[in-house]
Each structure stands twice: as C-alpha cells, then as structure tokens.
Design a protein around this ligand. Structure first.
Ligand code: AMP
Length: 322
C-alpha cells in the first residue's frame, strides 16, 4: 500500500489486506510493505506527510490482523536492496513495456502536461517488480487494478533469467480476490472506492462517521418510495450489504420486490459495517507510534536478510564484482 493518505479505506481492505490476513492465517509467510517510494511518484511535490502516513498505514495492517511476529511489516525505503534491484532491472526493461501500462497512461493523462511527468512514474512497475522479486514469492495478493503491473514483473524476471542464463527468479502468481465486489469495491457514489473521488469509508472511521457517510450513499435512483423495486447491482448500500451482512440475500430480495426502503437498507448496512470493523477499530486505537516504529524496524531487518540473499545471487548472475 502507498502511504499517500494516513488511512486505508475498506476498498483497500477488501481488495488486498483481507487476503493478506487470510494467507497469513493459512500459514504463508507474508512480507507486508508500506510503499513510501511509490507514494513519491505522485506526491513528489508534497511529500512532507509520507513518514507520518507510513506509521498510520502500518497501524491499519496490524489492526486488520497482520501479526508482525509472523509477517514482517516494513517500510520500503528502510530496505535499500529495493533501490539496487530497481536500478539493475531498469537496465533490462524495454521502454515499450512501460509505456503500454494502463495505469501509466491514466496517470499521465491526469497530469496533463508531459513536461512535468517524472521519470519515476514511468518506472513504477520496475520498482514494483523489484519489491516483489526480492522475496521470490509464491504469489502476490493485490486488487484487480494491479494485474497489468504484475504481468510486467513476471516478464522482467523471465528476461533476467534468459539474459544472464540463470534461474534466479521463478514465476509468481497473482492472488486476486475471486469475488467481483471485493476485487473492486464501489465507493459511496458507486464509482470505484478511491481517495481521489472522496467516496471512501475508512477502516479507522468511527461508527458515527460511518453512519453519516452511508446516509448520503448512492442507492437506486428510480426507487423513490419503499414499494418501488430496487436494483441492488447498481446500489452502493446493497453492494456493502452483500459483503458485510450475512442475510444479504433476503435483504436484496425484499429490496427488489419493493418490500423495504433505502432507509432500512442503510441502517442495517451501518450496523453490519460497524460490527465487522469494530474489533479492528478497537485494536487500532490501542497502538502507539513508538511501538509501531519498533515493529517497522524489526520488520525491515527480517526483510533485509531475505533481500540480501537474493541480491547476492543477482550480482553473481550478472557478473558484477563481489
Ligand atoms: P492504491 O492505494 O490505489 O495503490 O491501492 C492499494 C491496494 O488496494 C491495491 O492492491 C489495490 O488493487 C487495492 N484497491 C484500491 N482500491 C480498491 C477498491 N476500490 N476495491 C478493491 N481493491 C482496491
């Protein structure tokens, strides 16, 4: 996760973090990074909050159930091997692969003028590849929007092996949530949940904040009276019920049949979301910055030990002087 914001939203949780916790609990060793250098690709002119945000993001990881004793949690810039592998990969990555990345095209269009587009934005997938391949993982759990970057990563790993006639890297899997709603959770306005649209419910929102936000959430526009039929597929509140309410099927049925109104959906949705996130919110409130810094320091140490082994093999495969 990029610390562009001090808080993760429930879309980040559903698309990635929930999966991290499940995998950890199935016994996988998880390396959980706070991607502070990646935040700079878009925040280079306003970077003063990145450090403080990094601590807050680590709190969200821990609150969501990442156990730092099992899974190292660390900040990217604390493990210098990420920069070294990025430089080496940048030497072997064809420009065309990067220019074709959909997220690059999107961000470039958003920026408008070519003149101010930083080199780091184009190289983002190369750095991300270094982040992944340093740990030579079985798989990478992310939201669907990250899939094109992950493809480039496997291509770069394969190209490295071919060029240097070695088998340092093997192909990793993309672990994307199978459930469509979770892989791309809608925001309060039914666009993709994203900080830039200001349509988020945050993991760390209070119960009251969650209730206030859901009050103005997007529902079926043609459902004016309770008896009008709802279209749950296009209603943000019904989408959240599907994810957080154990009785969503009957709630949807009643909505479609015009047997319940949007107000009832909203109040039951507030209850379901607050119930689901309450333990995480409580855990988060108990964490202090000093404790989290220490977790990040230890996490970086454990990550560095693994990353250093990979770099020894990489330098040797390339023929660099040991
Ligand atoms: P970002 O901060 O946009 O780089 O996202 C961090 C992680 O959260 C990535 O793995 C994304 O795929 C995932 N993510 C972001 N927004 C959503 C969303 N609305 N629904 C599901 N996953 C998301």
């Amino acid at each position: 996760m990029r610390p562009t914001n001090p808080r993760l939203h429930i879309g980040n949780y559903e698309g990635a973090l929930r999966n991290w916790v499940n995998l950890q609990n199935q016994g996988y060793e998880m390396f959980c990074m706070v991607a502070d250098w990646h935040a700079l690709t878009t925040m280079f002119d306003d970077s003063s909050t990145i450090g403080a945000n990094s601590i807050e993001i680590a709190k969200d990881y821990i609150a969501a159930g990442i156990d730092p004793d099992k899974s190292p949690i660390f900040v990217q810039s604390h493990v210098k091997e990420h920069a070294e592998l990025h430089v080496l990969f940048s030497m072997i990555t064809p420009l065309g692969w990067l220019e074709r990345t959909p997220t690059y095209k999107e961000k470039k269009d958003e920026m408008g003028s070519n003149e101010r587009e930083p080199y780091g934005l184009l190289g983002y997938p190369v750095l991300q590849t270094a982040d992944i391949l340093l740990y030579r993982p079985f798989g990478v759990p992310v939201g669907r929007d990250q899939a094109p970057h992950l493809e480039i990563g496997n291509d770069i790993g394969a190209r490295f092996n071919r060029l240097f006639n070695c088998e340092v890297f093997s192909e990793y899997k993309y672990l994307i949530p199978q459930d469509e709603t979770r892989a791309k959770l809608p925001g309060l306005d039914m666009r993709k949940m994203s900080k830039s649209y200001d349509n988020c419910i945050y993991l760390s929102d209070t119960a009251e904040e969650t209730a206030a936000k859901l009050k103005s959430a997007y529902t079926t526009p043609s459902k004016i009276r309770k008896t009008d039929p709802g279209i749950p597929e296009g209603c943000a509140v019904c989408q959240y019920l599907k994810v957080y309410s154990s009785t969503w099927e009957s709630q949807w049925d009643e909505d479609v049949r015009g047997e319940r109104g949007c107000m009832q959906n909203k109040s039951e949705c507030v209850e379901a979301i607050n119930e689901y996130f309450r333990p995480m919110r409580e855990r988060r409130a108990q964490l202090n910055d000093g404790e989290v810094r220490e977790i990040l320091r230890k996490g970086a140490e454990r990550a560095s030990a693994v990353a250093a082994e990979t770099m020894t093999e990489v330098r040797s495969a390339m023929g660099l002087l040991a």
